[in-house]
Design a protein. Structure first.
Lengths: 256, 265
């Protein structure tokens, strides 16, 4: 297993407000990690720091040499005055002009290719963005709130598609989400962020973590434990706490 | 070569740059930025008179200063961007007019700067305009894919290796150069039209970003050339004549579109 991206002790301050404090997070090949946390917890900022879009005030981000990243941004901001077909968007600024039929079929966008980008529904737009990210032949997919603005069935479809991609293509996935119930039933590892990493691990374990409960409330934790996870393990454990978690360490803790 | 002929060539070159640049202006909703930038040009003219430097250079420096100051104020989040733009535009225009009056510029000078004057374009000016336009146009073509991706999402562009700051700065400098080059032709008050009206016309008939830029370029060039000819025959100010012709084209295309029953683009 290779480490794709590792953030070490990342600190970030904006306008005298602490956004991230001593966050360490490691993503290996084969990981499917979801970052959760309340609004304003710094999830998107952490993602952008790991991508290299933002420079942390202190700490380091190490990316594997020549790492191919497929990025799905939170939203597109296309003005209706820009005439841009889906086909053109997919090849925009890319090295090659041909589309990969397999990806087009997998993301189910064959019928959308001639449509204008500004005429797509939320779910269609996400599938197009996913297809664009996959065209980079990525080793890791990074998604910022991909299910935002989708209705319930749209969310379910998108998560099902991402699971399919994860299984089929063996691409590591790191995404930000606040659709807790969906995350809990589909993702493999959850990292709960609020300025620092509060807790991390398998969804079932995280849902029982005292810090998680204090962040999201007892009701939410109880609600989540109703959703059984596909890889549910029987072992229960107490969770140690310090505010300087290392996810890699936690990983061993769970599976070792 | 005939002075007027070379002035027409300069006008056409200017329009060929303004149109694709104008596409980005409307895609990125920067119309007020273009307007503010052109208002600041009068301050540049005043500087060029006070310090005896070429007006093109003075206008460029003031324009870049205007953009940098705007970006600085935006980052402080004191006021909304449209308010800041209105404030800066009128401040530079007012100070520019005062400075020019104090420096002894008379009414005729001011009138030419505000509304354009083909007669004031010397062959040297014209050659400068043509060279500047062609260089900017080549730069724009080179940066085109990155700029286009940036229009869809800055995060996406940056994540895919586009240097967003560099592209943004290039766009602003191209606009400042365009403003400096087009004052004599259309005047400060109407420069934004040269950017946004051909692009708006082209939007009504285009299906891809490239065809929109190309169509806008051709439409802009035709309107400028026709406008300059009409201005010479009638001795009306060239700026208002060119803008009026562009507006007629826009109304015509829009009417055709409405009649053909496709109101939505």
């Amino acid at each position: 297993m290779t480490t794709l991206i590792e953030g070490i002790d990342i600190c970030l301050t904006r306008q005298e407000r602490t956004i991230l404090s001593n966050v360490s997070l490691k993503i290996d090949s084969g990981d499917f990690i979801t970052l959760i946390g309340p609004n304003g917890a710094g999830k998107s900022m952490l993602l952008k720091t790991l991508l290299g879009l933002i420079k942390p005030d202190s700490g380091r981000v190490i990316r594997k040499d020549g790492l191919r990243i497929g990025f799905v941004p939170e939203s597109l901001n296309i003005d209706p005055t820009l005439p841009l077909s889906v086909q053109r968007f997919l090849t925009l600024n890319a090295n090659k002009d041909e589309l990969d039929d397999e990806i087009i079929a997998e993301t189910n966008i064959t019928d959308l290719l001639d449509r204008q980008m500004t005429n797509l529904s939320g779910g269609e737009r996400q599938r197009v963005l996913l297809a664009r990210a996959l065209h980079a032949n990525p080793e890791i997919l990074i998604l910022d709130e991909p299910a935002q603005n989708l209705d319930m069935s749209g969310q379910l479809n998108l998560y099902a598609l991402m699971e399919k991609i994860f299984e089929l293509r063996k691409i590591a996935i790191l995404m930000v989400s606040h659709d807790l119930h969906l995350v809990m039933s589909s993702t493999q590892k959850v990292v709960c962020l609020y300025e620092h990493i509060c807790c991390s691990g398998e969804p079932q374990a995280v849902a029982k973590d005292p810090e998680f409960i204090s962040l999201f409330g007892q009701d939410m934790a109880r609600l989540l434990s109703v959703y059984p996870h596909a890889h549910d393990h029987s072992h229960d454990h107490d969770h140690e706490h310090d505010h300087n978690h290392n996810v890699a360490k936690e990983n061993e803790h769970h599976h070792g | 070569m005939d002075n007027f002929l070379i002035a027409i060539l300069a006008g056409a070159a200017l329009a060929s740059l303004a149109a694709p640049l104008g596409c980005f202006v409307i895609w990125r909703r920067m119309a007020y930025f273009g307007d503010g930038l052109s208002h600041s040009a009068l301050l540049g003219v005043a500087f060029s008179m006070a310090f005896n430097i070429a007006s093109e250079i003075a206008i460029l420096i003031v324009g870049i200063g205007f953009a940098a100051f705007l970006v600085f104020l935006q980052s402080r989040r004191i006021l909304a961007t449209d308010t800041l733009l209105g404030l800066l535009a009128h401040a530079t225009l007012a100070i520019g007019i005062l400075a020019m009056s104090l420096l002894g510029a008379d009414h005729i000078d001011m009138h030419d700067y505000l509304l354009g004057s083909v007669a004031s374009i010397t062959p040297d000016n014209a050659i400068y305009i043509i060279i500047t336009s062609l260089i900017c146009l080549m730069g724009l073509i080179k940066l085109w894919p990155g700029l286009l991706l940036m229009v869809t999402s800055e995060d996406l562009a940056q994540a895919e290796g586009v240097n967003v700051r560099y592209h943004e700065a290039a766009l602003m400098i191209a606009m400042a150069l365009l403003v400096a080059a087009s004052i004599q032709l259309v005047g400060i008050l109407l420069i934004t039209s040269l950017l946004i009206i051909p692009a708006s016309c082209a939007r009504l008939v285009s299906k891809s970003p490239e065809s929109m830029a190309l169509t806008a370029g051709l439409m802009g060039m035709s309107c400028v050339v026709i406008g300059m000819l009409v201005s010479r025959e009638t001795s009306l100010d060239p700026g208002p004549v060119i803008v009026a012709i562009m507006v007629c084209l826009f109304i015509g295309l829009l009417s055709l579109r409405l009649i053909s029953g496709k109101p939505k683009v």
